[in-house]
Design a binder for this molecule. Structure first.
Ligand SMILES: C[S@@+](CC[C@H](N)C(=O)[O-])C[C@H]1O[C@@H](n2cnc3c(N)ncnc32)[C@H](O)[C@@H]1O
Length: 239
């Protein structure tokens, strides 16, 4: 009898995903910086510039991991409250330690939660961001609808995600680079996770499909800004 494949958008299950990020948490930041050649800082800065956090606002980072987008929000604004959620407790532990070192006090709260079932009231946040998480969510359309639910009217959702480049000459360079990503992953002790990274980028929908998903969820003014030759994109939409 043919085995029934699970119906999900991702290559691995949510539980496998959580376990994988818990496993690589300790070296995640160093691996991230190496694999992105330090460009991830610029991508994060641009993501938060699009979010435009304002004084007194309340923000959410979905799949916060070790918290770098949360810290960028606090860097670009004053007097804001930011929540960072993630199912991987070991990633959150690193985020909490970084927040303590930065003496951020009550401005930031990190807690365990899933994008598919956000434990907040509707219309809680002035803006939501998410970095390199969307690709890992089992039901992406439902996640967009959940994020829309907890956004206040007029609020922005900004998603930073790695994408498979569309131009042939960029793909050529990309395929020269990906074996180095797998090698770096091995050096940082997360071989399988970085093989998954490459495979999941190639499996991720085209940017045009992602913007259609934003519109189908109910976002307006939907945009996609490709960065670094289309190897990452910033998707945004307004409630
Ligand atoms: C590649 S890391 C990105 C971490 C961080 N946002 C960054 O920019 O470095 C992806 C994160 O998404 C989290 N994640 C995966 N599935 C999730 C879900 N369904 N809901 C919330 N977070 C999820 C993972 O646990 C992981 O910490």
């Amino acid at each position: 009898m043919k085995r029934q494949e699970p119906e999900r958008d991702t290559l691995i299950s949510a539980e496998e995903n959580r376990a994988m990020f818990d496993r690589i948490a300790k070296n995640y930041d160093a691996a991230n910086r190496t694999i992105s050649l330090g460009l991830d800082k610029r991508w994060r800065r641009k993501t938060i510039e699009l979010l435009k956090p304002f004084r007194g606002g309340r923000y959410l980072d979905v799949g916060t991991g070790t918290g770098d987008l949360v810290f960028e929000i606090l860097h670009q604004s004053v007097n804001v409250l930011v929540d960072g959620i993630d199912p991987a407790e070991q990633m959150l532990e690193i985020a909490r330690k970084k927040a303590l070192r930065r003496r951020l006090g009550d401005a930031v709260t990190f807690f365990t939660a899933d994008a598919l079932d956000l434990p907040m009231e509707r219309e809680t946040y002035d803006g939501i961001v998410s970095g390199f998480c969307f690709r890992n969510i089992e039901c992406r359309q439902r996640a967009l609808e959940e994020m829309l639910r907890v956004l206040k009217p007029g609020g922005m959702l900004v998603i930073l995600e790695a994408t498979y480049p569309e131009k042939a000459w960029v793909r050529w360079g990309y395929h020269i680079y990906t074996p180095l990503v797998r090698l770096a992953g091995k050096l940082f002790g997360g071989g399988a996770a970085y093989t998954y990274l490459v495979d999941s980028i190639e499996d991720f929908p085209k940017p045009g499909t992602v913007t259609d998903m934003f519109s189908a969820a109910g976002f307006s003014k939907v945009q996609c800004q490709p960065l670094t030759f289309g190897t990452v994109c910033i998707f945004s939409g307004k409630k």
